[in-house]
Each structure stands twice: as C-alpha cells, then as structure tokens.
Design a protein around this ligand. Structure first.
Ligand code: SF4
Length: 93
C-alpha cells in the first residue's frame, strides 16, 4: 500500500466508512475503472491504490459534503456511493 496517504479505514480501504459521524461513503471496487476523476475533484477524500482503484483517505472528514458529492457525480461509472445516517441514498439517487 502506498504510504503517501492515510486510509480512513485500513481494513476497508474503499469503504464503507462513516464520514462526519453520519454519512456512509464507499467505492464499489468492481465498478471503479481507475479513471481518477474523483481524486482530481476531491483529493482530500479519494486517492488511487496500487491496483488503480479509488480508496478513501482520512482527510475525507475535513472535506465539504458538497465536494464529496461532486466527486461522486464526476465518476464516469458512478462507483461512489453516499448514504445519510438514516440509510437514505444521497448519491446516486
Ligand atoms: S472516478 Fe470513479 S472510476 Fe475513477 S477512480 Fe474514482 S471511483 Fe474509480
């Protein structure tokens, strides 16, 4: 594992992780094609691992929710999922 970033959850590199104490965020590694658009939009949230899949990094908690959603929207294959604390889908709807 690249040590240029710190994972939010070492056991679940691509999530699901709990962000800001209430949002569940994950990357479906089977869908992710490694386009890295999410990293370009929100490098505080996403980085690429050595399998060219997006992982979720610790600084995601410092990122604005809107920017996390923007990164999810920017993913060409919609591999990023966000749910609120009630299990309602924030993105994709
Ligand atoms: S933008 Fe989507 S496909 Fe590209 S690395 Fe991120 S999650 Fe994977």
């Amino acid at each position: 594992m690249d040590d240029q970033y710190q994972l939010k959850d070492e056991k679940n590199p691509s999530g699901p992780v709990i962000v800001k104490g209430k949002y569940k965020v994950w990357v479906d590694r089977n869908i992710c094609i490694g386009a890295a658009t999410c990293v370009a939009v929100s490098p505080k949230s996403f980085q690429m691992d050595n399998e060219a899949k997006a992982v979720i990094v610790r600084t995601i908690d410092e990122e604005e929710l809107d920017n996390i959603i923007e990164a999810a929207k920017a993913c060409p294959v919609a591999a990023i999922f966000i749910e609120d604390e009630n299990g309602n889908r924030v993105f994709p709807k």
